[in-house]
Write a protein that binds this ligand. Structure first.
Ligand code: ARG
Length: 460
């Protein structure tokens, strides 16, 4: 008989096959839930003592035993055993070895099904708090860049073709907005994570006079799961988290793509600090943006976890099934990947070196003030479609001559519309174009500074 006998093998007549043991065990990865498992067990034991199911002496022994186990785990001295299948059975067995019968009473009125659901929720709540802090750190880095470059002109793109001038600060604030939504999405997800499954026991509830609200308070949950079958089988919260995490990665991946492009000598808009880049073993001139490339790559991995979790759940009948054990690796990896990505990103953004001359040159070369010229003609009375046509011809002429619109003479510009006057040159400058977009959400430096101030207040 194998060492599982204490937990469940009483009804079995032969030991579990070695490969099956390895196949079904979760201890290689769920040991990470240990601290949350102990927290949950202590809350459960206190509740049992509170309602008179457990004696005060047994509770004291459990608290003492768990404190010792926690120390051993933290010190790396705890010996995890594959024979004991998972983190729950490992800790329970260690407790019983330490304190005897009181340890065997801990599992009264509880099942590993509601226990694991509780542990995962405690783990994820903690992870969400860390990830939200990581998002805030990135937002702060973006705001610092936005403030420093509120008036740094760069070409704004559509279809990756130069469109209209924007400021680099404005561009950074676009990512601030994305991360603000991500933060709010995680806060919303956290509400549904923060419900207590414990008390559902295996699936139907328990015959002991338990006090679930007591346990919820003890563990800082906002309330209890309302249905025992749902409590043990629900993993929506993990899927929601993976979806929110996927969107954070989408945003960081898009920014990464831009950093990679901007760092390419073809753009030359920015440089990244050396500590975020690597060289080539064969081409001595190379400085590669490895970190943003990996962020872009790891985004696929997080999407995969979301798909994995959705697929894991879609065919499961109520209530708990062993399938659910497969929730942990994708969830842990999503958390680890996202948390590391955010930490690195916040720091990497601080090391972005902006090259304003290159940005300005690109904005000048792309006829980015053509819309401003059209708007100028409209303000002088020309219908917009006609103005569009006149400016298109002016752009073609400038292109043939290899110059910018502002470099055409007044007489040349007047050939496309008699409405053009001396004052046109103010409109054709990059600064004039920026300053004209002076409304909330616009790219005028004044607006960018105001948006930074609002943003700082919002996340303070
Ligand atoms: N290791 C299991 C998991 O991660 C714990 C719950 C097992 N419950 C059971 N009845 N086999 O989901």
């Amino acid at each position: 008989m194998d060492k599982n006998s204490g937990a469940w093998s009483g009804r079995f007549s032969e030991p579990v096959d070695e490969l099956v043991k390895r196949y079904t065990a979760s201890i290689p990865f769920d040991y990470r839930l240990a601290e949350f498992d102990i927290k949950g067990s202590l809350a459960h034991a206190r509740m049992l003592a509170h309602v008179g199911v457990l004696s005060a002496e047994d509770l004291a022994a459990i608290e003492r035993g768990m404190a010792g186990i926690l120390d051993e785990i933290r010190a790396g001295r705890f010996e995890w055993s594959l024979d004991l299948e998972d983190v729950h059975l490992n800790i329970e067995r260690a407790l019983t070895n330490k304190i005897g019968d009181a340890g065997k009473r801990l599992h009264t009125g509880r099942s590993r099904n509601d226990q694991v659901a509780t542990d995962v929720r405690l783990y994820l709540r903690d992870a969400i708090d860390r990830i939200q802090a990581g998002i805030r750190a990135c937002q702060m880095s973006l705001l610092d860049l936005a403030e420093a470059h509120a008036a740094t002109v760069m070409p704004g793109f559509t279809h990756l073709q130069v469109a209209q001038p924007v400021t680099f600060g404005h561009h950074m604030l676009a990512y601030f907005e994305m991360l603000a939504r991500d933060h709010a999405r995680l806060a919303d997800c956290r509400k549904r994570v923060n419900r207590l499954p414990l008390g559902a026991a295996a699936l139907a509830g328990t015959s002991y006079p338990i006090d679930r609200e007591f346990v919820a308070r003890e563990l800082g949950f906002d309330g209890v799961c309302g249905n025992s079958l749902d409590a043990v089988s629900d993993r929506d919260f993990a899927i929601e988290f993976a979806a929110a995490a996927s969107l954070v990665m989408v945003h960081l991946s898009r920014l990464s793509e831009e950093l990679i492009l901007w760092m390419s000598p073809r753009f030359g808009f920015i440089d990244l600090a050396d500590r975020f880049c690597t060289g080539s073993s064969i081409m001595p001139q190379k400085k590669n943006p490895d970190v943003p490339e990996l962020v872009r790559g790891k985004t696929g991995r997080v999407f995969g976890h979301l798909m994995g979790l959705l697929t894991l759940m879609k065919g499961q009948p109520l209530a708990y099934n062993k399938d659910n054990q497969e929730d942990k690796e994708p969830l842990f990896d999503t958390v680890d990947t996202l948390a590391d990505t955010l930490t690195i990103y916040a720091d990497m953004l601080k090391g972005v070196k902006v090259k304003p001359e290159a940005m300005r040159r690109a904005a000048t070369e792309g006829f980015s003030t053509a819309t401003d010229l059209a708007d100028y003609l409209v303000k002088k009375g020309l219908p917009f479609r006609d103005a569009h046509e006149a400016v298109a011809r002016a752009v073609r002429a400038a292109e043939t001559r290899g110059c910018d619109l502002a470099e055409l003479s007044l007489a040349e510009l007047q050939a496309f519309s008699p409405l053009v006057d001396e004052d046109v040159f103010a409109v054709l400058t990059l600064e004039g174009s920026l300053a004209a977009r002076n409304h909330i959400g616009g790219t005028a430096p004044e607006q960018v500074r105001a948006a930074v101030a609002r943003a700082r207040a919002a996340i303070a």
